[in-house]
Write a protein that binds this ligand. Structure first.
Ligand SMILES: Nc1ncnc2c1ncn2[C@@H]1O[C@H](COP(=O)(O)OP(=O)(O)O)[C@@H](O)[C@H]1O
Ligand SMILES: [Mg+2]
Length: 330
């Protein structure tokens, strides 16, 4: 019952005061004992020993806990504090500390995985670039061959710089933002700009892009970043929709929120993929032939979350996909 330190200390304190008072009344006033001072000293010592035991136990567990904490670094983040079974606040502290370690460990693993993925993603185009140049230089060739080699090299450098740009974008969106640089801006205007861009991007595939936006919606944040996030979704809609498909961009609002939806008549996303499409470097199982790095939606999601918004997806294989972005109004 009295397992918490707070109640134990409290009981000890109140108990001591009470016992002292009763003793003093009994010894001095009721029995009028001659060696009362002796009994009082005895009582005092007993209570002190009790108090000392309680405090000793607390500091012992605390010292143990702190020595364990000192030993944990980025090298052994998988260690946990196990042997505190005091069933009091100190055990609770150890438990919270272990939970903190769990979170740090996971974040650390994610970072390491990310670095490995980035390295892998940059390695392939670099290797292709290198071998293209090496092969071209091996012997004397016709102009047309050089041209071909240069064209291939150019496309690989495009790939490299696009991946790099995405990685930087992702790094930006996942670090806490300097809120002093954030501004209120007109989302309706941004959507109108994006519609124009989307229409240009979709011309080649003869995809029709239509838009309908409520007027004068303002949100707070970073206009260019939010634009990038929505553009990534538009880019996907165009990439994963076949010729002569349709894309519809709509923005509505409620009292507190703006909702942007981007709907396409494309190939759709399988249920298995839906769970992962927002993961870094995840590409749908049937996306190999389409240019991309699998970072677009991870970036979009990170940016939208940093604007206190959310993003949802609804899709049906062979019929199309709807992405919905919810953003709080200024
Ligand atoms: N509108 C869409 N229609 C069909 N599939 C989509 C759509 N948007 C995203 N996806 C799927 O989600 C995956 C992840 O998207 P993204 O992060 O933008 O990477 P990327 O486009 O570079 O492959 C894509 O590979 C694709 O399989
Ligand atoms: Mg994409």
């Amino acid at each position: 019952m009295f397992k918490s330190l707070k109640s134990r200390l409290f009981i000890w304190y109140i108990g001591s005061l009470l016992l002292m008072t009763i003793f003093i009344i009994l010894i001095v006033h009721v029995f009028e004992l001659e060696n009362g001072a002796f009994f009082l000293t005895l009582l005092f010592l007993t209570l002190a020993v009790f108090g000392f035991t309680i405090i000793y136990k607390i500091t012992k567990s605390l010292t143990y806990l702190s020595s364990k904490m000192k030993m944990i670094s980025s090298k052994n983040l998988d260690e946990r504090i196990k042997d505190i079974q005091s069933e009091d606040e100190i055990e609770e502290l150890a438990y919270s500390f272990n939970e903190l370690l769990d979170r740090l460990h996971n974040a650390f693993k994610r970072e390491q995985q990310f670095i490995a993925d980035v390295a892998h993603e940059l390695k392939t185009p670099l290797a292709t670039l290198r071998s293209t140049i090496e092969v071209a230089l091996q012997q004397k060739r016709e102009n047309i061959d050089y041209q071909k080699a240069l064209q291939e090299s150019l496309s690989e450098t495009h790939r490299l710089s696009s991946t790099l740009k995405n990685v930087l974008d992702l790094a930006w969106s996942e670090t806490p933002q300097e809120q002093k640089n954030a501004k209120s801006f007109n989302l309706t205007e941004l959507m109108a700009d994006l519609l124009e861009t989307a229409q240009k991007m979709a011309v080649q595939k003869k995809i029709g892009v239509s838009g309908s936006f409520v007027k004068d919606v303002t949100v707070y944040g970073f206009k260019d970043k939010l634009g990038r996030a929505i553009l990534n979704i538009i880019d996907n809609a165009i990439k994963y929709t076949s010729q002569k498909g349709k894309i519809e961009m709509v923005m509505k609002k409620t009292d507190t929120m703006a909702a942007v939806t981007i709907k396409d008549t494309g190939r759709g996303i399988s249920q298995k993929d839906t769970v992962h499409i927002f993961d870094r470097f995840y590409r749908g199982s049937s996306s190999e032939k389409v240019f991309g790095s699998g970072l677009g939606l991870a970036i979009a999601k990170a940016i939208i979350l940093s604007h206190r918004g959310e993003i949802k997806v609804k899709s049906k294989i062979g019929q199309g996909t709807i992405f919905t972005i919810i953003l709080p109004l200024t």
